[in-house]
Every structure is written in C-alpha cells, then in structure tokens.
Design a protein. Structure first.
Length: 255
C-alpha cells in the first residue's frame, strides 16, 4: 500500500512538473512527491487550502518585515516556508476535492501580494528607513489588484459586477491629488498632501478588491460545483447556439 502511494505521488509529481525547470531534477520530483503525500494529512488536521493561502501571505509579510529590519536569515526562512504553503494549498484542494473557482481566484490575488511584500521590505532597507516609502508601493499593488481581480475572475467564469476604483477613477483621483500637492506651496506640505492622498487612493482600491473577493465567494458558494448558475456552460446547447467553453479542469492553478 505504501509503495503504491509513493509511486502514485511520484507520477503526480512528474505530471505537474513536466516541462518546467524542476521537472528535470530527481530531487525536486521526490520533494514534490513528498508534498503530495503530506497534503491529505494537513487536510486531516484542519488546514484547508484557503487557510494555507492565508498563511503563505502572512509569512511573506513577516519576511518583508524581517528584510526591512535587516534580519535577512529570518527573512529567507520565512519566505521559504511561505513558498511551501503556496505549493501545498493547491495540493490540499485537489486531495480533498475542494478546488473551486473562488479558491483559484483567492490564491492568484494573494500570490501577487505575497510576491510584492519581500520587495517592499527591501525598499525600506535600502531607502531612508522610513515606512512612508511603502505608501506608493502598496498603492500601486492595490491599484493593480483591481484590474487583475477582474481579469482573473473572467478567466474563471465568475461574473463579477462592475468594481469601483477602476483605472478612470484612479486617474481622476491621482490628478486631484497632484493638483492639491501643487497648490500646497510649501514642499513639506506638498509631500504630506501627496502621500496622504495616495494612501487614501490605495486604501480605496484595496477595499474594492476585497469587496470583489467577497462577491466572488458569494457567487461561487451559491452552486455545488462553484460555478455561478448564470455562467454555467450547457452540455447540450440549444440549436444554433454557439459552443460553450467548459471551465478549467484544475481551478487551483497558479496565475
């Protein structure tokens, strides 16, 4: 039984890593196969895929904080564990048959922020040490997340309503902020107006993304297979209808 499980996990590793740099390494294949066998045990103790996704984001944030304060060894360790959680979340979803469009959407959006946070810590480390340098960087990430969330949801056939803080709103907001800073006169006051406005703009964009995730969770929870009923493709299309594209087989894939 154990030999069969090991063989199946190694086959799964070869399938998932085929065509990648890691697929040519026997060590990487065996490590991936070990993670495949570990996934059901993590699910058994209550670590769901979404919890692992959230844990990956938390560890990435802690890694960024460690970089910002110069603790690079701790930063490396935290980031490595964060990456492991990111690998395991999809495995847990597949092993428990709980993969869903919302899980894929959440994982993809969280991955973008998990990528950013260590670099945000590096910006603080090489800058003047003031956390104010993070305001523009995090505002950029929040702004991009609105457009990315919409595009990723569309690819997963999740029909989100129109989100706020799209590019037109962000452009108008930034123009107003820059105008206010230009009229401030004093250079220090202008900088405060600029950073304060960008902070509000970024917070509004982040709130829009969180609202979009909440709506996506509500929509996908409404049906057993996680595909909103209005968007679910028909197996037997009516005469003259255009062929429907079926949803992706693995919803827990990375962006």
């Amino acid at each position: 039984m154990k030999a069969s499980t090991n063989r199946n996990s190694l086959v799964a590793a070869r399938t998932r890593l085929r065509g990648t740099f890691f697929g040519s390494s026997d060590t990487c294949l065996r490590g991936y196969a070990l993670a495949v066998r570990l996934a059901p045990r993590l699910a058994a103790i209550g670590l769901s895929a979404n919890r692992l996704t959230a844990l990956a984001l938390l560890l990435s944030a802690l890694s960024g904080a460690a970089i910002a304060t110069g603790h690079l060894g701790w930063a490396a360790a935290l980031l490595a564990v964060s990456g492991l959680c990111d690998v395991l979340d999809g495995m847990v979803a597949r092993s428990t048959n709980s993969a869903s469009p919302f899980g894929a959407l959440l994982d993809s959006v969280v991955d973008r922020f998990a990528d950013l946070l260590p670099f945000a810590g590096l910006v603080v480390l090489v800058g003047d040490g003031s956390p104010r340098v993070l305001i523009p960087l995090l505002a950029i990430a929040a702004s991009f997340s609105v457009s990315y969330l919409r595009a990723r949801a569309d690819s997963l056939q999740i029909a989100l309503p129109a989100l706020r803080m799209r590019r037109p709103e962000r452009v108008i907001g930034l123009v107003l902020i820059l105008t206010g800073a230009a009229l401030a006169g004093d250079a220090r006051l202008a900088l405060d107006v600029l950073l304060g406005g960008v902070l509000v703009l970024g917070a509004a964009a982040a709130a829009s993304s969180l609202h979009g995730l909440f709506v996506a969770a509500t929509l996908t929870a409404a049906t057993p297979d996680g595909v909103p009923s209005l968007e679910r493709p028909s197996i037997f299309p009516s005469p003259g209808a255009q062929p429907q594209i079926s949803p992706p087989e693995s919803f827990q894939s990375k962006a």
